[in-house]
Design a protein around this ligand. Structure first.
Ligand code: DC
Length: 229
C-alpha cells in the first residue's frame, strides 16, 4: 500500500497557509483540514447563543452542544465546515468572527475539544492540516512540518483583498489592526501558543509565487516520503 504521511502547516495569520495546504492536498490526494475553521465555528456558536466564555461551566455546557464536521463540496471538491449540520464555511470568515476568535481559541476547554477531534482525523495519515499548534501539539510526530511567514505589509494586503471582495466597507486599517491583535494573542497565550516547532521548515513566501511555494513543498514531501518508506 502507498505510504502516506502527515503534513502540518503552522504560521502567522494570513500568510497563505490554507492556500498551500489545499494545493498540497489536491496534488497528493490527501485530506485537507482547516483547524482555524473549527475555532471560528465555535466562536460563531458562542456569539449566536450569547455564551459568556469567561465562565468555564458555560463553555463546557456549550461545547457539549457543538458538532463540527467537514464535508467535501461536490462542485469545488474543497472541504467545508459544518456546525450542527449547517454549512458555516462562509459566515465564519467575517471580521466579526475574526475579532473574537483568538480570545475563544485561548480557552483551555475549547482547545482540548478541538485538538482531540483533530488528532482523530489524522489517524489514517494522508492529511494536511493548517493552524497554529499543529506541528507542536496536535501532531508532534508529523513527518513534514512547515512553518509559514511573510512580510507584514504583504499579509495585510492579501487579507484586505480577500475581505474587500465580500465587504467593500472594510478598511485596510481595520484589517491591519485585526491581524496584529490576533498574532499577539495567538503567540502570547498560555496554552499552545503559536511557535515554530524545532523540526519545522521555515517557509517565507513574501517573494514566492504560489507555484514556487508548491514546488518547494512538494520537494520536501518527496524527501519525507522516501525517508518514511
Ligand atoms: O487560521 P485562521 O485565521 O482561520 O484561525 C483563526 C483563529 O483560530 C486564529 O486567530 C488562531 C486560532 N487558531 C488556533 O489557535 N489554533 C489553530 N490550530 C488554528 C487556529
Amino acid at each position: 500500500m502507498e505510504k502516506k504521511i502527515i503534513i502540518t502547516i503552522d504560521g502567522w495569520s494570513s500568510c497563505g497557509k490554507s492556500t498551500l495546504a489545499k494545493q498540497l492536498a489536491r496534488e497528493l490526494g490527501y485530506v485537507y483540514i482547516d483547524s482555524g475553521a473549527m475555532y471560528r465555528a465555535i466562536t460563531l456558536y458562542f456569539l449566536r447563543n450569547h455564551i459568556d466564555w469567561t465562565q468555564h461551566k458555560a463553555v463546557e455546557d456549550a461545547l457539549r452542544k457543538i458538532l463540527l464536521e467537514f464535508h467535501s463540496n461536490h462542485k469545488t471538491g474543497q472541504s467545508e465546515i459544518y456546525l450542527n449540520g449547517e454549512n458555516v464555511e462562509y459566515v465564519i470568515r467575517d471580521l466579526v468572527i475574526a475579532e473574537k476568535v483568538s480570545e475563544v481559541a485561548a480557552i483551555k476547554e475549547v482547545r482540548q475539544f478541538a485538538v482531540k477531534q483533530q488528532q482523530g482525523m489524522g489517524k489514517k495519515k494522508g492529511i494536511v492540516m493548517d493552524g497554529r499548534d499543529i506541528g507542536t501539539v496536535v501532531f508532534p510526530d508529523a513527518e513534514l512540518k512547515i512553518f509559514m511567514t511573510a512580510d507584514n505589509a504583504i499579509r495585510v494586503e492579501r487579507r484586505f483583498r480577500e475581505l474587500y471582495d465580500k465587504n467593500p466597507n472594510v478598511t485596510i486599517e481595520e484589517v491591519k489592526a485585526n491581524l496584529e491583535m490576533r498574532d499577539y494573542i495567538d503567540s502570547h497565550r498560555e496554552i499552545s501558543p503559536l511557535r515554530q516547532a524545532e523540526d519545522a521548515i521555515l517557509l517565507d513566501n513574501s517573494k514566492l509565487t504560489m507555484r514556487e511555494q508548491l514546488d518547494l513543498a512538494l520537494g520536501w514531501v518527496k524527501e519525507r516520503l522516501s525517508a518514511a518508506r
